[in-house]
Design a protein around this ligand. Structure first.
Ligand SMILES: NC(=O)c1ccc[n+]([C@@H]2O[C@H](COP(=O)([O-])OP(=O)(O)OC[C@H]3O[C@@H](n4cnc5c(N)ncnc54)[C@H](OP(=O)(O)O)[C@@H]3O)[C@@H](O)[C@H]2O)c1
Length: 200
């Protein structure tokens, strides 16, 4: 199969990691599909297809893959790049332990960074960081199975961070999601080794 007929789906693509990953695959000759809530966070010169979807709801993942299959073909590479952090970006950064003022700020705000969250109100974080990742990993297997050309590398890439190695205040929901997904990716990588599918 010519590289130009290969397809990559980047789920959660924006101006930082997602954009650069899309650029690299476009340069390598792939047809690139990107997905974000706005559906337009990446220039059309980089992506052949830009879809709008919110991974807060894992049930929409199947429809996203169907759209990519219909418009571009079965993706041989899937990048799950979307994520959700637990509180405002400002607080996340300010409360990082590397900043001397961070603990003072947490105390001043009476913020109990770990267990003060009402987990029920953070279900969408778990969906975005993990449940939709699981749904995407399942859809990826369906696509990989449907690709007949044995020479086509088939890979699922999850954009992680350091949270599967260590816990950092106050990244509770982000850390739980990244650690759980890391575990899932590790298991998938072992499960599909015989088929040559890579989960990283
Ligand atoms: N940036 C960092 O410093 C850093 C460090 C370590 C790890 N990471 C990881 O790298 C990944 C990418 O982060 P990034 O900051 O570089 O962002 P990015 O790739 O530039 O963009 C991610 C895009 O995902 C989309 N998105 C967010 N929530 C979504 C949802 N619920 N459903 C669908 N799309 C959604 C957003 O577009 P819309 O707003 O249009 O939906 C956003 O533009 C994340 O998994 C993050 O945890 C980032």
């Amino acid at each position: 199969m010519a590289v130009s007929s290969r397809v990559v789906a980047i789920l959660g693509a924006g101006p930082n990691v997602g954009n650069k990953v899309a650029e690299r695959f476009t340069a390598a000759g792939y047809k690139v599909a990107v997905v974000s809530r706005s559906g337009k966070s990446i220039p059309t010169t980089i992506a052949a297809l830009s879809l709008s979807a919110d991974f807060k709801n894992p049930k929409i993942v199947h429809g996203v893959f169907e759209e990519v299959r219909k418009k571009l073909g079965e993706p041989s590479v899937v990048v799950y790049n979307g994520s959700r952090i637990s509180t405002s970006v400002l607080l996340e950064i300010a409360s990082d332990l590397r900043f001397p003022a961070s603990q003072l700020m947490l105390r001043a705000l009476r913020l109990q960074p770990q267990m003060s969250y009402l987990w029920t109100s953070k279900q969408d974080h778990l969906s975005i960081n993990t449940t939709s990742t699981f749904a995407a990993a399942q859809e990826a297997v369906r696509s990989f199975d449907a690709i007949n050309d044995k020479d086509t590398p088939r890979t699922f890439i999850y954009t992680g961070n350091i949270c599967n190695q260590a816990a950092f205040l106050p990244f509770l929901t982000l850390g739980v999601g990244k650690a759980a997904s890391s575990h899932m990716i590790d298991l998938a990588s072992k499960s599909y080794v015989d088929k040559g599918y890579r989960y990283v």
